[in-house]
Design a protein around this ligand. Structure first.
Ligand SMILES: Cc1cc2nc3c(=O)[nH]c(=O)nc-3n(C[C@H](O)[C@H](O)[C@H](O)COP(=O)(O)OP(=O)(O)OC[C@H]3O[C@@H](n4cnc5c(N)ncnc54)[C@H](O)[C@@H]3O)c2cc1C
Length: 291
């Protein structure tokens, strides 16, 4: 197996084009598991670890441009205030060792329905920036990125450059249920983001459908009820009935399966509870911001 080690982004894209048999590797926390279990035997590894551009983040036009290879530990350390939902999700990933190595680019590359970065990226309206040597860059909204179980809109000759995440303008929450508290794949997960400026609600569901997905009807329902009740202005407490109805609508957007980690029925129930609680926590945070 060849080991390709570009040091610039252009070189990485050229190698991606030249070696269709190469498997990109960033933190390696998914790739090395696959190699060790002999699930994959690529002709080459395309190591992105020395491409400095991928390990940088910057703030631009109300968004954070997060390089694909920025590890979770740095998101937690450096981006909590700007990207609270993603930072909360990052805190739940694996162990300290996994968070030092694992990256959002790798989570997107694997496109597992259980990946923890996906729900907050969906809730925040993130956009995935991908590029190829032949066609340059293109932007893919997170909601269009996931196309099937562990499948994505990334073309074979493309690499993920970055993810563009709007800087939070309101509270965000992330909640995950696993079979134990740490080092587990989510049985189901949920993220929400309040966007008080445009009076909108964002959601992201994980591990409860073939792909991570939003719950658009639940988003429109909650935003509409907050509007109708004048709550966006008054910032009065979120009525429990409204939070419960929101939770039920989020759960209705899921289409989970039974597997070793949990039954479909449990996943639907857990989602309704997580969504109810996450909306209440986020709304309470918004009330505190005003107080
Ligand atoms: C013990 C353990 C615990 C874990 N716990 C969690 C958890 O709690 N939550 C969770 O979500 N995940 C978890 N994972 C899975 C893994 O850590 C994450 O999916 C992580 O985000 C992968 O990032 P990476 O940089 O290590 O990816 P890699 O393993 O390097 O790559 C993963 C995939 O993405 C592709 N890829 C990587 N970078 C790019 C790029 N820039 N462009 C195109 N393709 C790219 C690779 O080719 C590969 O297909 C765990 C893994 C282990 C081993």
């Amino acid at each position: 197996m060849d080991f390709l080690q570009p040091t610039t982004w252009q070189e990485a894209l050229d190698l991606r084009a030249e070696r269709p048999d190469a498997l990109a590797i960033a933190g390696g926390t998914d790739v090395m598991v696959d190699l060790n279990f002999d699930r994959r035997r690529p002709g080459a590894l395309l190591d992105l670890g020395r491409v400095a551009e991928l390990r940088e983040w910057s703030a631009e036009d109300g968004r954070i441009r997060l390089g694909a290879a920025v590890p979770y530990a740095r998101i937690i350390e450096e981006l909590g205030p700007q990207l609270p939902g993603l930072a909360m999700a990052a805190r739940t990933v694996g162990s300290p060792q996994i968070r030092m190595r694992g990256t959002v680019g790798g989570n997107l590359g694997s496109a597992s329905p259980a990946g923890d970065a996906h729900p907050p990226l969906l809730a925040a309206d993130a956009v995935v920036e991908v590029a190829s040597a032949a066609r340059g860059s293109r932007m893919i909204p997170a909601a269009d990125f996931y196309t099937g179980v562990k499948r994505s809109a990334l073309a074979p000759d493309e690499l993920i450059a970055a993810v563009l995440v709007p800087t939070a303008t309101g509270p965000q929450q992330f909640s995950k249920v696993g079979t134990r508290n740490a080092m587990v794949i989510a049985v189901s997960a949920f993220a929400c983001a309040l966007h008080p400026g445009r009076r909108a609600v964002g959601t992201g569901i994980g591990s409860a459908a073939p792909t991570p997905r939003r719950a658009p009807e639940a988003e429109a329902f909650l935003a509409g009820e907050l509007e109708a009740g004048g709550l966006w202005e008054s910032r009065e407490p979120l009525p429990e009935t409204l939070a419960t109805a929101f939770g039920e609508k989020v759960a209705a957007a899921a289409s989970p399966i039974d597997d070793v980690r949990g039954s479909a029925a449990y996943r639907v129930h857990a989602l309704s509870v997580m969504a109810r609680r996450a909306a209440t926590w986020a709304w309470t945070d918004l009330m505190r911001e005003v107080a």
